[in-house]
Design a protein around this ligand. Sequence first.
Ligand SMILES: [Zn+2]
Ligand SMILES: [Zn+2]
Length: 297
Amino acid sequence: MTVSPLAWLRRLHSAFAAGAQLLAPTSAACFLCGKPQSAARSVGSAVQTKLLRQLRESLCGDCLSAIPWLTRIACTRCGRGIPCEDCIRSPHGAFQFNRSAVHYNSAMREMLALYKYRGNEQLAPLLAAMLLPVFEAMTTEIILRTSRSQKPNTKSETRFTDCWDAVTYVPVSMERENERGFNQAEQLASRIANDYNLPLMQLLIRTRHTEKQSFKSRAERQRDTQSLFNVRADQLQRVYTRISNSTNERNKGQTVSRILLIDDIYTTGSTAEACSQALIDSAAWPIEMYILTWARS
Ligand SMILES: [Zn+2]
Ligand SMILES: [Zn+2]
């Protein structure tokens, strides 16, 4: 039986929370705490099976049950699990909405830090896999919202390639990339692009190095992101060429590009806003921006 990605995550979450009956210990050690990992028996759709395998190859039952999946969305704009004052106070105009896989709590901060700052690149496939159910759910949400037919086909094989024109990511400065050896947002984006056969494009360049965002106030972050991103016009042109040549239902008689922007964390939304605005301002045709992030703080 196939269940919807978010319903499946809820089920997985309650199974882990209830003592993880789906799990039996295996011999390898958990990435986070070093305890033995768990082997799971439950199966679902291909993406669900893949995620479950990845989770169980990396984490023990305790760490798995501590993952705060965002399975209920209270703010449809930023994807937060609790009612959201930020989006009412200063709504983001440039992008359509953000969706995130997990709530950014201390366990998730630790997981991201292991990967981002302590060079534990083994975590990259796991973090990327955690995005897959959310990506599938947001694609279905967009198809349901925008379809002109009464019963849109949310199960068809081509729904991902029909829905999206490009996948891109928030760039880091050269300085940061050299120091870390990789851009985490690019790694996440390349997994999505790869798994769903979508074009991965580097549409943006970061014009300067900024200090760590986490130490800053909302106003400081917003000031910081002004003119922080430049658009690569040659790459953006590829998006246009692609939709001009497209024969899918959505693009018939209209030219609106739908671009997915990927990042690791959504905090105030000012980075997503600045990237989206830069792309919208540079394109000579309408663009719709959607944001997918690993964690919502
Ligand atoms: Zn563990
Ligand atoms: Zn919100």
